[in-house]
Design a protein around this ligand. Structure first.
Ligand SMILES: Nc1ncnc2c1ncn2[C@@H]1O[C@H](COP(=O)(O)OP(=O)(O)OP(=O)(O)O)[C@@H](O)[C@H]1O
Length: 318
C-alpha cells in the first residue's frame, strides 16, 4: 500500500507539491493525472527516495523507500524510460539489474517475453529503440524483482493504441493478482483506459480523487432521433434531464437503457444511442485543472459534483 500524507516539496520559494495526501491500495490501478508541471513526477520522485520531502511523508508498505531492504524486489519503478544506458542492449540492461537483485538470467528471458521484446530486439542497443520499446524495457525492468508495488511515471508516453491496450492488460493483471499500481500521465484518455481510480493534481495540489465513475459523474447518453422534438418531449415527461448535445443530437443525464426505454414507449425511431461518460470525465478534469492549465486552455467552470473527494483551497478535504 502506498500512503502519501500532507506531502510538500519546495524548490526555494516555489512550491512544486503542496500538502498532497492520497493512498493506493492493493488490487488498484491508480492514475495520477494532471497537466504539465502539476507536480506528478516530483511526488513520484519523493515516493521513490530520489528527492527529499520538505515536509509530510510518503511510504510504501509502511516504510520510506530508502528503508526498504533490496527495494527493487518490493517496488518496481519506471521513472524515465530514456534513462537506460544507450550502449547496452535490453538483455544486458536487465541482466545487470537481475545480478544486483540476485536473480537468475532465466528471469530476464521471462520478462523479455512478457513485454513482447523479441529475441532480435532484445539484443539490439537501446540507442536504436523507439520510445515505445524503451517503455516496454522499463516495464520489464520494473517487474523483474516480482514486486508487489509498481510506480510508473508516464509509462504510456510513446505507446501506440495497441501498446496502451497491452499496458492495460499487464497492469490490470498485476493489480488483480494483489499488486498496487500508481502511474502518472498528463493525458486523460490514456489514464482513463488504464486506471480504475484517479487522483487529479493541479498546481501541486490534489484537486479530486475517486473512482473513474465518480469523477465522470452520472453516466450520460448521447442520442439522435428522426423526431428529436418529440424525443425531448418524451424524455422531459419521463423526468430525464436533457439538452442539445455538443455535436448535435440530444444529451441526456440518464443511462442508454433508460433513454431507449422512453423512446420505445413513445414509439420513436432512434438513429444513434451511446454512452457519453467519457465527456463527463473530461469535463470534470478540465474544470478541476482549469487554473493550472496553460494559455487558451484556461477556462472557468463550476465545482465538481458529489461523489468526488476534493481538496479545498485551505488544504482540508472537502
Ligand atoms: N529540481 C527542480 N528545481 C526547481 N523546480 C523544479 C524542479 N523539479 C521540478 N520543478 C518544478 O516543479 C513543478 C512540478 O514539476 P513536475 O515535474 O513534478 O510536474 P509534472 O506534473 O510531472 O509535469 P509533466 O506532466 O510535464 O511531466 C514544475 O513547475 C517544475 O518546473
Amino acid at each position: 500500500m502506498i500512503v502519501v500524507e500532507r506531502l510538500t516539496k519546495r524548490y526555494g520559494p516555489f512550491v512544486a507539491v503542496d500538502d498532497v495526501s492520497f493512498a493506493c491500495h492493493p488490487g488498484q490501478v491508480v492514475g495520477f493525472l494532471g497537466p504539465n508541471g502539476a507536480g506528478k513526477s516530483t511526488t513520484l520522485r519523493v515516493l521513490t527516495g530520489l528527492t527529499p520531502a520538505t515536509s509530510g511523508s510518503a511510504t510504501i508498505g509502511g516504510y520510506a523507500y530508502r528503508d526498504i531492504p533490496n527495494p527493487a524486489m518490493q517496488v518496481g519503478t519506471l521513472l524515465d524510460a530514456s534513462a537506460f544506458h544507450s550502449g547496452r542492449s535490453a538483455r544486458e540492461t536487465l541482466r545487470l539489474s537481475a545480478q544486483m537483485m540476485g536473480l537468475p538470467n532465466s528471469r530476464v528471458e521471462e520478462m523479455l517475453d512478457l513485454v513482447g521484446l523479441a529475441a532480435s530486439e532484445a539484443g539490439r542497443r537501446v540507442a536504436n529503440y523507439s520510445l515505445g520499446m524503451r517503455q516496454r524495457l522499463g516495464v520489464a525492468n520494473a517487474l523483474l524483482g516480482d514486486p508487489s508495488v509498481l510506480i510508473l511515471d508516464e509509462p504510456v508516453n510513446g505507446l501506440d493504441p495497441a501498446g496502451i491496450h497491452w499496458m492495460r492488460g499487464v497492469l490490470r493483471g498485476f493489480a488483480d493478482a494483489g499488486g498496487t499500481v500508481l502511474l502518472s500521465s498528463h493525458l486523460l484518455h490514456e489514464i482513463e483506459l488504464i486506471a480504475d481510480h484517479i487522483i487529479v493534481i493541479g498546481g501541486g495540489r490534489v484537486m479530486a480523487q475517486g473512482t473513474k465513475e465518480a469523477l465522470a459523474g452520472t453516466p450520460g447518453t448521447h442520442v439522435r432521433a428522426v423526431d428529436e422534438a418529440a424525443l425531448v418531449g418524451a424524455l422531459t415527461a419521463a423526468g430525464l434531464p436533457c439538452r442539445p448535445g455538443p455535436v448535435g443530437g440530444v444529451a441526456v443525464d440518464a443511462s442508454t437503457r433508460q433513454v431507449g426505454e422512453v423512446a420505445a414507449a413513445a414509439g420513436l425511431v432512434l438513429t444513434e444511442l451511446g454512452s457519453s461518460s467519457t465527456g463527463g470525465l473530461e469535463q470534470t478534469y478540465l474544470q478541476l485543472t482549469a487554473a493550472a492549465q496553460r494559455g487558451p486552455m484556461r477556462q472557468p467552470g463550476p465545482p465538481p459534483g458529489p461523489g468526488i473527494v476534493g481538496q479545498n483551497s485551505s488544504g482540508g478535504m472537502a
